[in-house]
Ligand binder design. Sequence first.
Ligand SMILES: Cc1cc2nc3c(=O)[nH]c(=O)nc-3n(C[C@H](O)[C@H](O)[C@H](O)COP(=O)(O)OP(=O)(O)OC[C@H]3O[C@@H](n4cnc5c(N)ncnc54)[C@H](O)[C@@H]3O)c2cc1C
Length: 360
Amino acid sequence: MSQQVKRITSPDDPAVVDLCHQLRELSSNLEADGWPAQQLRKCGEYGVFEWFVSTECGGQGWTHADIMRGYLALSQACLTTTFVITQRTGACHRIEATENRSLAEHLLPDLISGNSFATVGISHLTTSRQHLAKPVLLATRTANGFILDGFCPWVTGSTHAETVVMGATMDDGRQILVALPTSAAGVEIPPAADLVGLSASQTGAIRCHDVEISDDRLLAGPQEAIMKQGRGGNTGGVQTSALAIGLAGAAIEFLEQEATQRTPLDPPAVSLRREWTEVAADMLAAAADRPTCSNEALRTRANSLALRATQAALAAAKGTGYVTGHPVGRWCCEALFFLVWSCPQPVMEANLCELAGIAP
Ligand SMILES: Cc1cc2nc3c(=O)[nH]c(=O)nc-3n(C[C@H](O)[C@H](O)[C@H](O)COP(=O)(O)OP(=O)(O)OC[C@H]3O[C@@H](n4cnc5c(N)ncnc54)[C@H](O)[C@@H]3O)c2cc1C
């Protein structure tokens, strides 16, 4: 670790501003770099990965509300890096929570220090491929473990992960979660998908060709509806809203800067900022267990704000903002992500109603 870097120990720490400044500077090269390696290294140096892990397990054990304040700042600076961190954190939470303590003790130290990267592949148990009759990833019991066969449709950082917390379904409908080493025989990782935005998150499928995994890699299960238990990977949670609000914040800040020279931009900038302040306050209240509305209602508002704020920023930036490489164009593409990422059915329906101009 570099001598000058200070570990961030609270969301009010001035080092948050330093880190965010560096993330913002690096974000213009993201698509060319193809993966936020430098950004993640910096986050590791600043102790970001410690925020999410309990003190007993070697982390800083931040409260949920403080983590959301951290996410808000980070996502305003670089959505891709922050999104990758959420997937990494989802994996860490599942590893931290497992009753398989020797596995947790084996994996956690390198994850907390940033020396290793883990991610989640669980959406096929929640929001993806739910209309198909057969599970896309089948787990079959063996004498000392499972055989995994099929594919996992969405894994962020698939090409960079040492470990994937992966869900699979048995033919009796029960599910398991395993910490799959990507080096295991039979694991195939195709190049990540070329996405409308966030391509540098290296999100793609992982195929498992009769992969043998022993019980010492089992994190949870077999059990029904495994994602309803514990933290990490729950759909439409407060953190998904925090990231959408963070992105909206970046766009509103841009609009505010433009409005200092162009008075007609003032009313929309003021109105969007007012809405942002309300949604952010409601998100932080929910994170502190004092919800003012349901998670779905919060996410619906956050999605709507992210879409409108980024497009307002583009309108203000005009043609210049539409040229590839301008941050405003990138933010517009990134806002679309919230229509599809970890988006429970009620949020999707509410978004569609808003787009169609009909009452939900
Ligand atoms: C950039 C990105 C990163 C992601 N990262 C991760 C990650 O790290 N880990 C993770 O677990 N998940 C991740 N996800 C997954 C995400 O949370 C959602 O699960 C995913 O967006 C759902 O989309 P889907 O196309 O798989 O949905 P599906 O519901 O499987 O839809 C696929 C297609 O099937 C058709 N279809 C849908 N429903 C029906 C129906 N009822 N009847 C008939 N046809 C239907 C539609 O034409 C649709 O296009 C990521 C997604 C994105 C876009």
